[in-house]
Design a protein around this ligand. Sequence first.
Ligand code: NAD
Ligand code: DAU
Length: 355
Amino acid sequence: MTILVTGGAGFIGANFVLDWTSASPETVINLDKLTYAGNLQSLATLDGNPQHVFVRGDIADSALVAQLLAKHEPRAVLNFAAESHVDRSIHGPQAFIETNVVGTFSLLESVRAYWQALEGAKRELFRFLHVSTDEVYGSLTADEPAFTENHRYQPNSPYSASKAASDHLVRAYHHTYGLPVLTTNCSNNYGPLHFPEKLIPLIIVNALQGKALPIYGDGQQIRDWLYVKDHCSAIRSVLEGGRVGEVYNVGGWNEMSNIDIVTHVCALLDALRPRADRKSYAEQITYVSDRPGHDRRYAIDARKLERELGWRPAETFESGIRKTVSWYLDNNPWVEAVLSGSYRSWVEKNYQDRG
Ligand code: NAD
Ligand code: DAU
């Protein structure tokens, strides 16, 4: 049995592939374009492991996707591939439309053609799982209830608008063609292998380098933080037991303001790797101008996933953030390769050597 994962060299995709290959004998075909966010060094422990087949390519390359589907006959396709950074979407939205909207459309077309040609149990059991975000629901006020799966779509950034469009396409392919889809909408992830342009890894890396810790606006924006391995376990649950055509919200039951996140990370670093002058890393906190259109609050109601599939996060924020900070302290070569950009030249060399 085989699954095809897209975007499996990114933060969540790589964690998913690593967890999957350690827990299941099934082969993973990993299709990733290796944008700046794709890092094969995150998957270095799988080098030479036949259970992981890496293919560099674009989800929008329908000839390549059709060839991979025909050759490997996966029982499921899981779509992690996306442009994922809100700030980048504000500075340059085009790539978000190309991958998140047009790319997802193209992938759906390729998968539809493959699935329609399947017969019997293979067709019956096939699944397309689309990994999406809570940002499609827009922003909550302080006292509004958390997002349920029925919350209206109200995306506010080019990123969330492009993810919303992809969700609608996935939904339409089920309603129109009967494609057996599942969609997950998850809150903010954190954990190992997180690219240090996102809040938590940026704070850890900047703190250790003696740089400013930038807080956008007043720092009172609220996110619901989930340890990445818990997101991966939720996706596995939905893949195996989710009802076809359904949407499942995934969250950590852990709403925190950005400033509380940052001071928590600083306190852990103070304990685990104190500054030479014994002052707190919190002294490096710097308030900077706000993100345009910054959503104030996200909160996920994950009760459907618990009720139907018995999923709850395994980590508390305290245990997950401690593991995360420790991982960054213990994996300086990975961090250095990202910061210096050498992970990119390693990718080029790797492919050059393969001819
Ligand atoms: P990421 O940016 O770390 O990784 C994205 C991966 O997709 C990279 O490896 C990149 O090379 C690849 N990719 C980009 N365009 C591609 C294309 N056209 N074809 C093939 N591969 C391509 O993102 P992430 O944080 O791992 O997020 C994964 C998914 O989960 C995304 O769909 C994102 O919207 C969603 N999500 C992320 C979070 C979060 O907190 N990070 C939360 C909820 C949902
Ligand atoms: O909610 C899920 C989303 O979480 C995912 O869909 C996105 O792919 C993922 O990138 C993430 O989006 P955010 O915009 O919430 O993540 P980010 O880490 O960029 O920012 C988290 C919060 O911290 C946000 O309110 C902005 C703020 N922030 C971020 C950075 C990078 C700062 O205050 N300072 C910073 O330097």
